[in-house]
Design a protein around this ligand. Structure first.
Ligand SMILES: N[C@@H](CCC(=O)N[C@@H](CS)C(=O)NCC(=O)O)C(=O)O
Length: 204
């Protein structure tokens, strides 16, 4: 059994989607970021960054408990533990990891930059706009890629799709104009949203 400590953010959703899609049993512990529940000594003992998500796998490697933070590390751990969503052939795996990094380290942090800049004590609208445009440019690239292949890294669904959907879901909810009018991205997102595991994950 896995304990997941998360919230309904892009990073939190990446971990939750990973556990649902990989079919790993878990208990969801919602963390109230507004109340600072991620900064308590107990939470910091699990993740010194004081950030969600975190998992504790009581049945980790060698049967020992494993505590893990960083949503993409959690996604890869779940994929390896379940044997799903990571192509075995080296070229397919490299393509999946390339797409995964694009989704996890470009899209989600840029969404975070827009959010943080918008919430600044003294917001600077041109900076917010700049980050928004950069985020849209990333989704435009994804739209172009998804015009050529059904999934983020090619013909089969991989960890990259799970990560990208977390970023898309959060952006679509908070900044719908950023992902509007991108038909291939929309086609892909509709298919992802229809997956039973995704539907369970987004029920926050
Ligand atoms: N790179 C980390 C980022 C984690 C992160 O920034 N989590 C946010 C929520 S999406 C958080 O907990 N922020 C609270 C804070 O940093 O105070 C990951 O992928 O897990």
């Amino acid at each position: 059994m896995i304990d997941l400590y998360a919230a309904g953010t892009s990073n939190g959703m990446r971990a939750r989607i990973a556990l649902e899609e990989c079919g790993l049993a878990y208990t969801y512990h919602p963390v109230d970021l507004a109340k600072g529940e991620h900064k308590t000594p107990q939470f910091l003992a699990m993740n010194p960054n004081g950030a969600i998500p975190v998992i504790v796998d009581r049945d980790g490697p060698d049967g020992k408990p494993l505590t893990l933070y960083q949503s993409t590390a959690i996604l890869l751990y779940a994929a390896e533990k379940s044997g799903k969503f990571l192509p075995r052939d080296p070229a397919g795996r490299a393509a999946a990891l390339q797409a995964l990094m694009g989704a996890s380290t470009d899209v989600t942090p840029m969404f975070g930059a827009v959010t943080l800049a918008s919430r600044a004590k003294e917001p600077h609208p041109p900076t917010v706009q700049l980050f928004k445009e950069r985020l849209r440019a990333m989704f435009q690239v994804w739209d172009g890629l998804l015009a050529k292949t059904p999934y983020a890294a090619g013909a089969e669904i991989t960890v990259a799709d799970l990560s990208l959907y977390a970023g898309y879901w959060r952006t679509q909810g908070a900044l719908p104009d950023v992902v509007a009018g991108l038909p291939n991205l929309e086609r892909w997102a509709k298919e992802m949203a229809a997956r039973p595991a995704i539907q369970r994950a987004v029920k926050v």
